[in-house]
Design a protein. Sequence first.
Length: 268
Amino acid sequence: MPLPAPTESGIALVTGASSGIGAAIARELAARGHGVVLVARREDRLRELAAEIDREHDVRAETVAADLADAAARDLLVARLDELGLGVEILVNNAGFGAYGAGIEIERDRLVEMVRVNCEALLDLQARFAPAMAARGHGAILNVASTAAFQPLPGSACYAATKAFVLSLTEATHAELRGSGVAVTALCPGPVRTEFGRVAGVARQEGQLPRPFWTSAEPVAKEAVEGLANNKRVVIPGLLNRAGAVGGQHVPRALVLPIADRVRRAAL
């Protein structure tokens, strides 16, 4: 099914839009004529991107600075959309972060915040906007997971678990909304050169990954939006990443976990 047609009052809501994949997806949607509402914590970055989108694509670009881990902030986001008279035709749940290290080494508050942003906020926004999309008979939801969703990852245990949640939720929602006119897609990128590694504390470990596994945000965004337009259940950019995802799903955990942990320890 095609994406909803651009309208004056219908927008694409993109979370985590201040950089990386989120910003690239916002640009890709704007290039297709969709107005966007950009959401992240860094308001200066959002305003720069909004100005670029307005200049390059001549579509409406609004910004809302919000910490999506906070339920009250999500309420204020929805209130702001109502105030602007905007309806969410496309929802891009991209906001999220990771943290590298054994679970006992990462601060408890950081782990809980990861679940709130990666899982709770994503679910909350989907639950707020999906019913209206289904009632209208058109809409699109893109939830950003990761190739980490396909297997447990020692050293990124909480992050991989949150992305497994995103993947499972999205695939099930895709089935539930089949025939409704609402496209639902999970994006599962592998390594992408963004700020994610610095925030997660894996900059050193990233250098251990062979170059063929890496890509940039722009082709990932293009493939994601194209997949959403075709209502693909899951989009995994890159042949090697797709092969790794298949292996992660089907290789016995008793084999995967010791190998993954040895790789983690060797990178310390």
